[in-house]
Design a binder for this molecule. Structure first.
Ligand code: CA
Ligand code: CA
Length: 448
């Protein structure tokens, strides 16, 4: 009798140790029925990787070409002269390098400032965040002489550079920084708080000092104030907040390659599309303002431990790890490389008034498969991921205008392709709309 009780107790323990998480996979159903289309806005770009709508309601779109050129699109027409051309500073010979993003200062209307993130040729591919100003004389031109370096991060390898930059609702600049590259986080950067790699960073660009192009926001999560050492009378929780080796710029960690992330314009919640290794892609979530979260890399890739055990045919043995301990925050969505794609792209949460059926849905897609999904919580709070389109496009990035419209870029560059981006097939700019809102005669994304 006693022994029977003992055994059943263990059985109960084993069940409760099994991981539970609110992680959606494709095949779910959005709370509200939704059908979408992608309408072409402009085409003919050299490896477009991001689009940034003008913050001033002027109907201008700024398209980042990977080579280091920012093209200006006005009413569907691409201007002959670029807004900014820094191709002689940007290295783009490897596909993951180049100009990554452009963001306008929240007070752009008053100060004319904007920021670019790119891979610098002269510093061996280091990530540069540089501030520029728009020309005094012409709003369609940047002033190339206004450059001020905000931040510089050495990059040991050519891949996993992150890329997206965005101002949060708090006015601080957030920077997606990849794990430094090669594969498998050979530097152990994701979990290393003394490294800026494998992180989401948060800095104050408005208060540069003599040795830094930015200031550290006072409420960043890993600041350790000067203090006297106390051995006793300090709680374990208080010790857990002391990080003398941590870089104060860090906002979140345990990321592999956060190439894209977006704030929900209404709630301030943050969605990070973290590009995975060989088996899974994931979407991470941060409730508004909650810094310091660990997204698990490289202990985890998606909801699975890393590295995964593999069978003779190269397939991961998922059953073998189903009860393994999990580290950090689990993603709100994940999908497999087997049939869904290989490189996740975040597009943002729609909060405009024009298309109510899209309200509150986070959109995401995959560069490799051309699939596009919607992600939202159902009435029970469970995340649902529904495939909305299966296109022939290769998504690279996105941007959202003040009115909520989501624009998406696609570029047919590939890993085995030519090193010279100019040789790649030209990419396009698209607008996400409900399927019943496609204007007559519009070009829509080719479907599988
Ligand atoms: Ca951005
Ligand atoms: Ca993760």
């Amino acid at each position: 009798m006693k022994s029977h009780w003992f055994l059943s107790c263990f059985a109960a323990l084993s069940v409760s140790a099994a991981p539970t998480h609110n992680t959606a996979t494709p095949g779910g159903k959005l709370p509200k029925p939704l059908k979408v289309s992608l309408v072409q806005v402009a085409s003919g770009f050299v490896d477009p990787v991001r689009v940034t709508p003008a913050p001033d309601g002027s109907n201008r779109l700024f398209v980042c070409e990977r080579t280091g050129v920012v093209r200006l699109v006005k009413d569907g027409k691409t201007a002959d002269k670029p807004f900014l051309d820094i191709h002689d500073t940007v290295v783009s010979s490897f596909l993951e390098q180049g100009l990554y993003d452009l963001e306008f200062h929240p007070k752009f209307a008053e100060n004319g400032k904007f920021y670019v993130h790119y891979s610098d040729m002269w510093f061996n591919g280091a990530s540069f965040i540089v501030e520029y100003k728009v020309s005094d004389k012409n709003p369609d031109r940047a002033d190339p002489e206004s450059a001020r370096v905000v931040m510089q991060m050495a990059r040991p390898y050519a891949n996993h550079n992150g890329g997206e930059i965005a101002f949060g609702p708090d006015g601080y600049l957030y920077i997606g920084s990849g794990d430094g590259g090669w594969e498998g986080d050979v530097l152990g950067a994701g979990q290393d708080l003394s490294s800026l790699l494998g992180k989401l960073l948060r800095v104050d660009v408005d208060h540069p000092s003599s040795d830094r192009g930015y200031a550290i926001p006072k409420d960043n999560p890993f600041l350790t104030p000067l203090m006297q050492m106390k051995l006793f009378g300090v709680s374990e929780e208080a010790f857990n907040k002391i990080h003398p080796n941590a870089r104060p710029e860090i906002w979140a960690y345990g990321l592999r390659n956060p190439w894209s992330f977006q704030f929900d314009p209404k709630t301030g919640d943050l969605y990070i599309a973290d590009i995975g290794q060989n088996h899974f892609e994931e979407i991470d979530f941060q409730p508004a303002g909650k810094g310091g979260l660990n997204y698990g890399w490289k202990f985890m890739c998606g909801t699975y431990p890393f590295p995964l055990p593999i069978d003779e045919s190269g397939k991961p043995k998922l059953d073998a790890v189903k009860d393994a301990p999990r580290v950090g925050e689990m993603p709100i969505a994940e999908y497999s490389h087997v049939d869904q794609g290989n490189c996740v792209m975040g597009f943002g949460v729609y909060r405009g008034t024009k298309y109510p059926t899209m309200d509150g849905v986070y959109f995401t897609g995959d560069w490799g498969s051309g699939k596009l999904w919607g992600l939202a919580r159902d009435g029970a709070g469970k995340w649902q991921m529904q495939e909305l389109l299966d296109t022939k496009l290769m998504f690279t990035g996105a941007g959202q205008s003040k009115d909520g419209t989501i624009y998406i870029t696609d570029a047919h560059a590939n890993y085995g392709g030519p090193a010279d981006p100019a040789q790649n097939a030209r990419g396009s700019l698209w607008k996400l709309v409900p399927a019943d809102q496609v204007p007559a005669g519009a070009v829509t994304a080719p479907l599988e």
